[in-house]
Design a protein around this ligand. Structure first.
Ligand SMILES: C[S@@+](CC[C@H](N)C(=O)[O-])C[C@H]1O[C@@H](n2cnc3c(N)ncnc32)[C@H](O)[C@@H]1O
Length: 232
């Protein structure tokens, strides 16, 4: 079942890859760039550090980290969907001051001998077969005192104002716009994935159980998005 889901997710992201950046900008009115910058500012990557951007998609976070760890550090962007990663690869060819490496891989298959000072993931955790296993995998890939930040949709309390707003936004804006680009089914998937995504409090308790010593969850954008910040 898990493998089936992972194949389905890969297919979705290969299919939407060409429109992915355009629709992200349109549907968030460009705000996703600010949320991603916010995440990286909270994580504070430094020159010389070794970072990974897991589920990197078209590489937004990798490019932001690149600016912070250049010239002595590096960023590894990992995604298992070839076509979306190819867009990231092509974008990075246009940047000369570049310490980014790309790898097409399932994040669960990354060799755990490899250790990172920091890891980030935006809109990836919700798409994994298991959120808990995803956080565990990240724990194993971090050096001692390593830090990680996950940015994703927040799963608001049922029937709360943010929850109602989120449903209206997804059903009346996101899906109809996606239908215009022949990607309706792919974007309908977002609401289902949020429904089964743990709420902030649950993410905090999962991270503590796994062994992270410093655990924080904050919501942004009127509780529509959430950032989980952890230190090993
Ligand atoms: C919503 S996109 C996010 C892309 C990018 N991080 C961003 O914020 O724009 C989710 C990405 O996770 C990738 N993904 C999902 N499961 C994965 C896995 N097990 N291993 C690697 N990548 C995965 C998908 O291929 C997709 O590109």
């Amino acid at each position: 079942m898990a493998q089936q889901n992972s194949r389905k997710v890969k297919k979705i992201f290969n299919r939407i890859s060409l429109k992915y950046d355009f629709l992200n900008n349109l549907l968030s009115l460009g705000l996703h760039n600010l949320w991603k910058k916010n995440l990286i500012n909270l994580l504070k990557p430094k020159d010389g550090e070794i970072w990974a951007d897991l589920c990197c998609g078209t590489g937004d976070l990798s490019f932001l980290i690149n600016k912070k760890v250049f010239p002595n550090g590096s960023v590894l962007g990992v995604d298992n969907a070839y076509e979306i990663l190819d867009i990231a690869r092509n974008k990075s060819k246009r940047i000369s001051r570049n310490v980014i490496y790309w790898e097409q891989k399932d994040i669960f298959k990354i060799d755990e001998q490899q250790k990172f000072d920091g890891i980030c993931m935006s809109y990836g955790l919700r798409n994994l077969d298991s959120v808990e296993n995803g956080i565990k995998k990240v724990f194993c890939l971090l050096k001692e005192n390593g830090r990680v930040g996950f940015l994703d949709f927040n799963h608001p309390r049922r029937n709360s104002f943010p929850s109602i707003f989120q449903k209206i936004y997804l059903r009346l804006i996101v899906v109809p716009v996606a239908i215009c680009f022949n990607l309706g089914d792919e974007y309908k998937y977002i609401e289902n994935s949020i429904n089964v995504f743990p709420e902030g409090k649950k993410l905090v308790s999962i991270a503590k159980e796994i062994g992270f010593k410093d655990v924080k969850y904050k919501t942004i954008c009127a509780s529509q998005m959430g950032i989980l910040l952890l230190t090993k």
